[in-house]
Ligand binder design. Structure first.
Ligand SMILES: [Zn+2]
Length: 224
């Protein structure tokens, strides 16, 4: 018996076995239709060290806490934590000393209000930034939209329409830039070939750091 619990085995027409550690740090095995369970268990045992290490890595990743809108609660904006301060005003605003001013009258629909604000900021900031980067690179996109996508950070359609996830506005500026550059490069290359990545690297040599940051922090960039 293997010491690691297999949370799910997904059998399909595939030819080989893949061990996948999910974001919630559980082990999922993808296997060909008729692989005996004993064989899978033996493999899991053999890969024990690797699986354990991966699971620990995932467990260490920061997770989002459910927002309750109390005074001093922290909200991310462009990679910086802003402390919530309730006001008698009528506008959500951020200050230079990392405060998020939040009208008391918004509290009964706080999450919806906050979501709308994030989306508006995303449209403005990501829109501005995309314009600047695109003109520097001499690339033309058709439209720019802010999406509610669950998994994608951005996309570039066949007619070069750009989509960006509103949650990106919580990420640091360099990470936002990376996603913008990534999608703009799809105007030139509609795939993820080596050629595509070379083009991304030519504009942003340290793009891998930004990708890694997104991978590791994706759970924090949320409003729950
Ligand atoms: Zn892409």
């Amino acid at each position: 018996m293997s010491k690691i619990k297999i949370s799910k085995i997904i059998r399909s027409k595939r030819k080989n076995i893949a061990l996948v550690i999910s974001v919630d740090a559980t082990l999922v095995v993808r296997a060909p239709m008729w692989t005996p369970l004993s064989y899978i268990e033996k493999l899991v045992e053999e890969k024990f060290v690797w699986i354990e290490r991966k699971m620990r890595e995932f467990e260490k990743r920061p997770k989002a806490e459910r927002k309750t809108f109390f005074e001093g609660e922290e909200f991310l904006y462009l990679g910086k934590k802003h402390k919530l301060a309730l006001t008698s005003g009528l506008k959500i605003e951020i200050t230079d000393d990392f405060e998020l001013l939040f009208p008391r009258v918004f509290l009964w629909r706080a999450k919806a209000r906050m979501h709308d604000w994030y989306k508006k900021q995303a449209k403005e900031k990501i829109g501005e930034r995309t314009k600047i980067i695109a003109s520097k690179l001499n690339l033309k996109y058709s439209t720019l939209k802010i999406s509610n996508a669950k998994t994608n950070w951005g996309s570039c359609g066949p007619k070069n329409s750009l989509n960006f996830n509103w949650r990106l506005i919580m990420a640091p500026e360099r990470v936002v830039d990376y996603v913008i550059i990534h999608e703009l490069m799809h105007i030139l290359e509609k795939n993820h070939s080596a050629k595509f990545w070379n083009k991304v690297a030519a504009v942003m040599p340290e793009y891998k750091q930004a990708r890694k940051w997104l991978r590791e922090n994706s759970k924090v960039l949320t409003l729950e």
